[in-house]
Design a protein around this ligand. Structure first.
Ligand code: TRP
Length: 340
């Protein structure tokens, strides 16, 4: 990724509870790799975004700690990647106010998330704006501020988030156009492969709502139990099997080494690989991937002071950039730069 040298990459994560291995493989691991391969990387906890739907101070606080501990436990290096809470950066809401002055209402009306809420209401014969708060309606404004305030070059996203980055570009353009000055950098999105769809232990897509998931942070006994419960057909060990129709192998492809995966594929195809053996191998690979991160996660969750320190330091580092951006923005519109 030599061409990405010097670029700033930014990711926001909504605090939504503990991840499962499908989240890890589809989203967290690719984001960690991207962060490691860019000179400047920012990762923040989008707690103001969560606020639109969570009116529970304990849950918001706890979920935010969980996100921080999760990413740190899985290898985020806070000395390199700037890790912070959105709510610790007062420049973000100030930029929202400013952007809202140059953003046409029609742009918000076209937001997918808002339209989806209206469609649901229409289906249920309710008022189109029932249960739509202004936070949901202006979600793209806050997200644009998150991105633009950090002078971001690249935002890695799944398909569902592309519109948000396009809106952020639009808003940066409106601002620069209105004040005839190139102050806000137009970010680009980098489409992530959509996260490999990992099957859950019952063979359907892995999802918390199906209850078929393997959490990342669990103890070894619980991990083993879930692996042993994974569905198989009734073929005998000696029979050849199609690995591509086999849930154990599907998960294994993401956590085994390439050699291990090839060896399991060959053994299934030739015959001689029984499901019991395969489960044991899958369990061992999961242990190798997640046993230490689980210990680290538990350690961090037991030390809130340490998490607070890391997040505060991250916010202080982030604010070097966010204060500079906001000062430039304020100057462009005829307001004073931020004073210290
Ligand atoms: N909307 C993103 C999501 O639902 C989270 C998010 C908030 C975000 N602000 C961001 C992502 C800025 C990237 C950049 O996943």
């Amino acid at each position: 990724m030599a061409d990405q040298k010097g670029k700033t990459i930014l990711t926001g994560v909504k605090p939504t509870g503990a991840p499962h291995i499908g989240n890890y493989i589809g989203a967290i691991r690719p984001a960690l790799r991207l962060a490691a391969s860019h000179e400047k990387s920012y990762l923040f906890i989008a707690d103001y975004h969560a606020l639109n739907a969570v009116y529970d101070p304990k849950a918001l606080k706890e979920d935010s700690y969980q996100v921080a501990a999760c990413w740190l436990a899985l290898g985020l290096d806070p000395a390199k990647t700037v890790l912070y809470r959105q709510s610790d950066i007062p420049e973000i809401p100030e930029l929202v106010t400013i952007l809202s002055a140059v953003t046409p209402k029609g742009l918000m009306d076209r937001s997918h998330a808002y339209k989806a809420a209206k469609d649901r209401n229409a289906e249920e014969n309710r008022d189109p704006d029932a249960d739509v708060n202004m936070g949901l309606y202006t979600y793209p404004l806050l997200m644009a501020a998150d991105i633009l305030i950090a002078n971001t070059d690249i935002v890695p996203v799944g398909k569902d988030q592309v519109q948000h980055i396009e809106f952020a570009r639009d808003m940066a353009g409106y601002f620069n156009g209105a004040f005839k000055k190139n102050v806000l950098k137009l970010p680009e999105y980098q489409l992530e492969a959509g996260g490999a769809l990992l099957p859950g232990i019952d063979g359907r897509k892995m999802s918390k709502s199906y209850g078929n998931h393997i959490p990342v942070f669990i103890d070894s006994a619980a991990r083993r139990k879930l692996v042993m419960k994974t569905v198989t057909d009734s073929k005998l060990p000696a029979e050849p099997k199609n690995p591509d129709e086999n849930v154990i192998f599907q998960i294994y492809t993401h956590v085994g080494t390439p050699e291990e995966v090839q060896a399991m594929r060959d053994a299934f195809e030739k015959g001689g690989m029984g499901y019991g053996d395969a489960k044991q191998k899958l369990f061992e690979a999961l242990e190798r991937n997640f046993e230490q991160p689980t210990a680290k996660y538990n350690e961090l969750m037991a030390d809130r002071k340490k998490l607070d320190d890391i997040l505060e330091e991250g916010a202080a580092r982030a604010r070097k950039v966010t204060r500079e951006t906001l000062s430039n923005v304020r100057e462009a519109i005829g307001l004073a730069r931020l004073r210290n």
